[in-house]
Design a protein around this ligand. Structure first.
Ligand code: FES
Length: 131
């Protein structure tokens, strides 16, 4: 655990002996320290991918790390939409990564135009621009 954590910083000094907290991420058990956010605890355990982009499946991680961008959304104890960068870990917390979601308006998200050029080409053909 905590293989990526700086325990003794030359400017910020030593972390001392903080209380360990056990939590799970996608069903696997990890340890963090009291005061860790979900993101910092996962980073300390070498995990950077927090979710995937809902439509494309591209991996996403922390971006702003101050609670503004919502790139770090995870599920906590079965509830979606927690920002990993500003949510403190708690003992036995169950954290799950965000997964690809079904698209509400289109039956097969893979068929959606990937670029504006694709969209415009379909529109000019007179067909459904989203097909
Ligand atoms: S990384 Fe931006 S809100 Fe968490």
């Amino acid at each position: 655990m905590n293989k990526n954590r700086i325990m003794d910083h030359p400017v910020l000094e030593s972390l001392g002996n903080p209380k360990k907290i056990t939590f799970t991420f996608d069903g696997k058990k990890y340890e963090g320290f009291e005061g860790d956010t979900i993101a910092s605890a996962l980073l300390a355990n070498g995990i950077r991918k927090l979710r995937v982009q809902e439509a494309t499946g591209n991996p996403r991680s922390i971006y702003c790390n101050i609670g503004h961008c919502f790139e770090c959304r995870v599920a906590v104890n079965g509830k979606q939409g927690y920002r990993a960068c500003v949510t403190l870990i708690e003992e036995n917390m169950a954290v799950d990564s965000g997964q690809v979601l079904p698209h509400p308006l289109h039956p097969d998200v893979e068929d959606l135009p990937k670029t504006y050029a694709d969209y415009a080409k379909n529109y000019k053909k007179g067909g459904n621009p989203n097909a």
